[in-house]
Design a protein around this ligand. Structure first.
Ligand SMILES: Nc1ncnc2c1ncn2[C@@H]1O[C@H](COP(=O)(O)OP(=O)(O)OP(=O)(O)O)[C@@H](O)[C@H]1O
Length: 334
């Protein structure tokens, strides 16, 4: 378990100091895949460096399993660092894929068949066994990232830190990088903390997420839990957008936005409510996506019928969130 408690960090500059983090707190549960999402210069890398114990915050504390790391020096700092690994995408260009993954094992004195077996299982984990003898230059950027992840995992860290792991990777290739991070958590039990500018990354693999804006955590929590929360910025960013024309909305008695989570809800809840209460629930905006393996829909519904209130209450009772869209520019196309 990693806890970040009220950390702040500024950097000197020619003018006023640059405040990279302001009073940031996070709790990253053991075995979770935690995503810090934010736009450029939001402070993500600074936060990742503080958690990786590469940078000391000006104020606040980073704890590993309760241990306050902020004051650690020398051997105790090295011991604390040993349980975490940072994915460093700079590979040794003259060494093969297997050689790069073997490098940390060579440094720690793991030899012979033990080293070969370990490298072999890590290459299996990242899906690059067939490329063991190739050089980094012969790989795609996404494959190189997977080598970097395998190398980071060679020291059997309990925490894996990946700062913007899909940056510069082609979209087609990015999915396999994320899959490998997910496997590191699922198969090796590592806690994974990643940063990203891309909401899609959080949607694909993160269980927990924090939204960082100008050095401040504006929202955090369980991803699926946030989706139904009215006014959630994270939900708004991750869910399909709802764009409906005013004239389309005007054809119904009223319109509502609804978020449906899981196979049963997405597949059956709306037709079931429409039939049960004899109302029309027409999908006039939004769409369907996936969070990991879980299907999630955000629909704007045009509602007609005398028992509309009862139908919407029934949907809400069965786990959907129902909210009334604002007639603002944000939601309504002209
Ligand atoms: N070593 C440093 N010296 C001076 N300023 C820094 C340093 N590191 C970061 N900053 C500044 O702190 C702020 C946050 O930077 P940081 O790199 O943490 O953001 P980020 O969210 O990772 O951005 P990006 O997604 O663009 O990498 C920025 O204004 C940046 O210029």
């Amino acid at each position: 378990m990693i806890t970040v408690e009220n950390i702040s960090k500024s950097f000197a500059s020619t003018g006023a100091p640059v405040v990279a983090l302001r009073d940031v707190s996070l709790a990253v549960g053991a075995g979770s895949l935690y995503g810090v999402v934010g736009s450029a210069s939001a402070g993500k890398s600074t936060l990742a460096r503080c958690v990786a114990l590469q940078e000391r915050p000006d104020r606040g504390v980073v704890r590993y399993d309760g241990l306050n790391t902020t004051a650690l020096e020398g051997r105790r700092l090295r011991d604390a660092r040993r349980q975490l690994a940072v994915v460093d995408s700079r590979l040794q260009p003259e060494r093969t894929v297997a050689g790069n993954v073997a490098a940390p094992l060579e440094r720690t004195g793991v030899e012979g068949p033990q080293r070969r077996n370990k490298v072999g299982s890590l290459l299996d984990l990242v899906g690059l066994s067939k490329r063991a003898a190739q050089l980094p230059a012969e790989l795609t950027e996404g494959q190189r990232r997977r080598v970097a992840i395998a190398r980071a995992l060679a020291v059997q860290p309990s925490v894996l830190l990946a700062d913007d792991p899909t940056h510069g990777v082609e979209p087609d290739d990015a999915g396999s990088v994320l899959t490998v991070l997910d496997r590191a958590r699922a198969e090796l039990g590592a806690t994974v903390l990643l940063t990203t500018q891309d909401a899609g990354t959080a949607r694909r693999i993160c269980d927990e997420v924090a939204l960082l804006e100008r050095g401040v955590v504006v929202e955090s929590g369980n991803v699926l839990g946030l989706l139904g929360k009215p006014g959630s910025k994270i939900a708004d960013e991750l869910l399909p957008s709802v764009e409906t024309s005013r004239s389309e909305m005007g054809r119904y008695d009223r319109t509502v936005d609804t978020v449906l989570i899981g196979f049963a809800a997405v597949g059956a809840l709306l037709p079931e409510a429409a039939g049960r209460f004899d109302v029309e629930l027409a999908t006039i905006g939004g769409g369907l996506t996936r969070f990991g393996d879980t299907p999630v829909a955000r629909f704007r519904l045009g509602v007609r019928g005398q028992r509309a209130d009862a139908a919407l209450a029934w949907i809400a009772e069965h786990g959907a969130s129902v909210s009334h869209p604002l007639y603002g520019l944000h939601n309504v196309a002209a």
